[in-house]
Ligand binder design. Structure first.
Ligand code: PMP
Length: 354
């Protein structure tokens, strides 16, 4: 076979990237990806799907947007649907470019997408409580004038919310410098705080990002962006016309209209289980647990890498976060039985170190 020089045409910023680690690792108990542990089969959500497959999907996802509009009391024109919120993050960076500012550690895709699009990233380390380092963050806004600021609250992977006062200060300062602030509320359903939707009235540089992935529909790939029409109009210019397929639009609409009481029940159960899991983890010697407002918990243990491997050997898959936070592991809240087995197995592993 004749070989051409592939690397000569790969853009430099892509050469530096590694493919996102989203491999399927076989396991018995899956607690690694912040999904809902409650099985939702398609047949439970919708009995019959009747859509014309010979036609393209509705490019405006009108029915789904109407469902979201009704369910969350948001004006229809302030909603844009994405193939997961990942896609919307991509569109945002494609539309507004850089620099892109975010605190670290946080959701990796802000940085990965910025790098692949080829724009500058600005990273500000969170403080020891995993809250925003206010002075440094605001200085970066003032001196570097980022086009976009991403704040995941509750934050992935730390699980805490950032201080609302700090966020509001950031939005206000960003507003004066024409920076857009994206509050990523992927984990808002599990959080005891109100969230930032009410502030859309006050600031037209504010966007809210939400997803169905964490509340039982990670397989569908539906994220939605909420914000002022004039911002969404700009993003529409880069949005692929048929970014969400007909099947997904139909199932997501049905889920929001007819399955929502179940979704709410699952969320309640996850929050209850999170509190128990947090309490049980904190009883274990050698474990430092961080408070969580999300559907996962971050904790530290001395032999974190080995613990991760040993859990996996027992069939329990969690997430090793030690590359970003020293000794850290992240566990997604599972069902009552899954959490109990996780705690029991972890306890046994820790006793082996004594
Ligand atoms: N934002 C945050 C903070 C996340 O943790 C995730 C998923 N891990 C996403 C966005 C992406 O969600 P989606 O499945 O909607 O692309």
């Amino acid at each position: 076979m004749k070989k051409f020089n592939l690397q000569s045409i790969v853009r430099d910023n892509i050469k530096k990237l590694k493919p996102y680690q989203a491999k399927e690792i076989p396991c018995r108990i899956k607690m690694d990806a912040n999904e809902s542990p409650f099985s939702v089969r398609l047949s439970e959500v919708i009995k019959e799907i009747d859509i014309p497959l010979n036609r393209y999907p509705d490019p405006e996802a009108m029915k789904l947007r109407k469902s979201i509009s009704k369910r969350f009391k948001i004006n229809l024109n302030n909603i844009m649907i994405g193939n997961g919120s990942d896609e919307l993050i991509y569109y945002l960076i494609l539309t507004f470019g850089g620099p892109v500012l975010y605190p670290i550690p946080t959701f990796a895709m802000y940085g990965i997408i910025a790098q692949s699009v080829g724009v500058q990233t600005l990273e500000s380390k969170l403080d020891k409580n995993f809250d925003i380092n206010e002075k440094e963050f605001i200085d970066l806004i003032k001196t570097k004038k980022p086009s976009l600021i991403f704040l995941s609250t509750p934050n992935n992977p730390t699980g805490n919310t950032f201080s609302s006062e700090k966020i509001l200060k950031i939005i206000e300062i960003a507003y004066k410098r024409a920076s857009i602030v994206v509050i990523d509320e992927a984990y808002h359903p599990f959080c005891s705080e109100k969230g930032f939707l009410p502030f859309l009235r006050d600031f037209d540089n504010l966007l809210i990002l939400r997803t169905l992935s964490k509340i039982g529909f990670a397989g569908l790939r539906i994220g939605y962006l909420i914000g002022h029409e004039k911002i969404l109009n700009e993003i529409s210019k880069v949005r692929l016309p048929y970014n969400v397929d007909s099947l997904t639009q139909c199932i997501a609409t049905y889920a929001l209209d007819n399955f929502y009481s179940n979704i709410k029940r699952f969320i309640k159960e996850i929050v209850k289980e999170r509190e128990i899991l947090q309490r049980e983890l904190s009883k274990l010697k050698g474990i430092k647990v961080y408070p969580s407002e999300a559907n996962f918990i971050l904790f530290k243990a001395k032999n974190s890498k080995e613990i991760y491997q040993k859990l996996m050997k027992s069939g329990i898959l969690i997430r090793d976060m030690s590359a970003n936070i020293k000794d850290a592991l992240r566990v997604t809240v599972g069902t009552k039985e899954e959490n109990a087995e996780f705690i029991k197995t972890l306890k046994n592993i820790l006793e082996g170190y004594r």
